[in-house]
Design a protein around this ligand. Sequence first.
Ligand SMILES: Cc1ncc(C[n+]2csc(CCOP(=O)(O)OP(=O)(O)O)c2C)c(N)n1
Length: 323
Amino acid sequence: MRNAPSVDDQLEMFRKMVVVRHMEETLGELHKAGKTRGPIHRCDGQEAVGVGATAMLADTDYITSTHRGHAHYIGKGLDPYRVVAEILGRETGYCEGRAGHMIVADAAKGMIGGNAIVGAGIPAATGMACSIRLTGRDAVAMCLFGDGAAQTGICHESMNIASLWKLPVIFLLEHNQYGLTVHSSRQSSVEDLSVRAEGYGMPGVLIDGNDAVAVYGAVAEAVARAKRGEGPTLIEAKTYRFDGFSTSDMGGYQPDGEIAEWRARDPIPRLRAALEGHIGEERLSAVEAEAHKEVDDAFAQALADPLPGFAGHPASRPYSEVS
Ligand SMILES: Cc1ncc(C[n+]2csc(CCOP(=O)(O)OP(=O)(O)O)c2C)c(N)n1
C-alpha cells in the first residue's frame, strides 16, 4: 500500500470533495425553501477529512460515521443519487427513505452507518475490528468522530480495549473545534487530543485535516499498521466547519475572524491548486462541471421520486412480529 496518493487518486479525492460541497450547498438551498425535513448537519470545510480518510479503503473495510457524515458516505463510494434520495426521504434512497441524512448505511460498501448518538460509532467500529480479527479477514474498521464525541466515556473504553487487544481499528478524530456550540477549549483539558493516545499505548498522530493528501497518508500508514497486527492508531485531523452546527443553528458563537481564517484554508481550492500543475486548469474545470451536473441530476431525479408508502417495512420494525 502506498502512503502517498497518485495524481489520479488526488483527482478522484478532488472530484468527491466537489460533489460533497455542491450537495451540501444544494441541501442548504432546499432547506431554506422548506423542501427538507429535520435538521441538516453540513460538513462544508471538513471534506478533506472524510474523503481523504476513506480514499484507500476497500468495500470490505468498515466505517462508522456521525451525524455529520456526507463526506464519509461519498468518500466510501456511495452513489450520490441514492444518498440524496435518502436525505430527501424517497423510496429510492439507500434505506428506502426511512433513515434521513444522519444514519445512511450501505453494508455492501462497508458503510455501516451514520449515528445520531454522539460517540456511538466508536465502540461499534471497535466491535467490528474484533469481528475482523476473530474471523481472520484482511480488513480494517475505522470510526470517524468529533471532538465532542472524544469526551465520551465510551471513547476511552474503546481505545483502551482496542489497544490492549491490538484490534485493526483506526480512530479518526475529526477535530472541527466545536461540540455543538461549545468551543473545544471548554470541553477538554488538552488542546491536542492526539496526546491521549500515549495513555493507551498506541500512536497518536496530529495532522492538518484540511490537507486531503496529509489525511490520506496518515490513514494509509494506520491501515498498514493495523493489517500487520500492530493495533490501532489515533489520528487527530484539525479542521473547521464553516456553516455552523446544523440548519437549526442560530450562529453567533464562531468569531468572524476565525471563520475567515479557516475559509482561507478551504481544502477544495487547496487541492485544486496543488493539482493544477499536474493536470491543468481545463481538466480540473471539466471535473468540477461533471461533479456539479451529477449532483444536480441526483437532486432533480430524487425530488421526482416517490415517497415511501405506509405499508409495513420489516427492516424498520426489528422487534415486532412480522408475518
Ligand atoms: C449521547 C448524545 N449526547 C448528546 C447529543 C446531542 N448532540 C448532538 S451533536 C452534539 C455535539 C457533537 O460534537 P462533535 O462530536 O464535536 O461533532 P460536531 O457536531 O462538531 O461535528 C451533541 C452534544 C447526542 N446526539 N447524543
